[in-house]
Design a binder for this molecule. Sequence first.
Ligand SMILES: [Zn+2]
Length: 121
Amino acid sequence: MADRALRGMQIGSKSLESEDGVVFADRFEAKYVCSNGHEFKIAMAFDAEPPATWECRCGEVAELVGEAAEEDESKNIKPQRTHWDMLLERRSLEELDVLLQEQLEAYRNGDLIFDTDYRRP
Ligand SMILES: [Zn+2]
């Protein structure tokens, strides 16, 4: 299981669990190559910073290569996608409007339930 975690899980047809009703967070795959030539990819959340190195299944330290590594250098030039941008890719403004109205109504009725995780003292 640990070995599998290191190589990363593939999302899609190989997944053992049903994806019905699951909304995946935007993600990308960071590619690593170890000194023994093993290549593997690790799925990361879109806004996660991929570590420069990752331990390969053979025990060697693998280095970050490819797009993710290059992106790191051009990060200051390339505009970051915001959470709002990502939201707009998943839902239309009309849908968001409906959700907003629902939330406003719940708020006015006093039964809006806040996620306690967001309430920091
Ligand atoms: Zn290796």
